[in-house]
Design a protein around this ligand. Structure first.
Ligand SMILES: [Zn+2]
Length: 181
């Protein structure tokens, strides 16, 4: 894979009738042969901000691209017909083995998911979450190498896989009065 392209440019042929696309790269994709229309809207994902008693935030190390070996918030893509809240509970449980005791939506930020040469537009929905801190934490999912309680200093923020996660943590730090530049 030599080049990274936006998702819209990857649609070289109509996925319904197979005709060569003449509107390649446009949003929406429109096939003039069969009138098929496809909107390249963002997919949705959730991110969980979970703090311990000292105010450190639970971060995971990403096992796979994009952002391999960098920090991320526990979270992931929302499934079709799933609520953001259900996705939040499911992803946090899958990735770090924790069951949420509460959550509140904080902020949303657009993101891009650069995977195998195609850039998917994403809308990330961030929640501030509470857990029973006596629960064991496990990095169970295949996409998670390890987990850490991190002080959200500039060094840690610079190692976040996604700018949206970095922005959400800065918003969170301002919200709790621990401003990070
Ligand atoms: Zn077509």
């Amino acid at each position: 894979m030599t080049q990274t392209i936006p998702l819209a440019e990857a649609f070289r042929y109509c996925p319904r009738c197979g005709a060569a696309g003449d509107g390649q790269g446009q949003n929406p994709f429109h096939c003039t042969a069969c009138d098929f229309v496809f909107h390249f809207g963002p997919v949705s994902a959730v991110g969980a901000i979970i703090a311990d008693a000292e105010g450190r935030v639970l971060l995971i190390r990403r096992a796979k691209p994009p952002g391999q070996d960098q920090y991320g918030l526990p979270g992931g893509f929302i499934d079709p017909q799933e609520t953001a809240e259900a996705a939040l509970r499911r992803e946090v449980h899958e990735e770090v083995g924790l069951d949420l005791t509460g959550y509140e939506m904080l902020v949303t930020y657009p993101n891009t998911y650069d995977y195998r040469g195609v850039v998917l537009p994403v809308l990330d929905v961030f929640f501030v979450c509470t857990v029973d801190l006596r629960q064991p934490i496990t990095a169970a999912a295949a996409e998670v190498t390890s987990w850490e309680w991190c002080e959200c200093n500039e060094n840690v923020l610079s190692q976040m896989a996604f700018e949206s996660n970095r922005r959400a943590l800065r918003t969170y730090l301002r919200t709790v009065g621990r401003c990070s530049s």
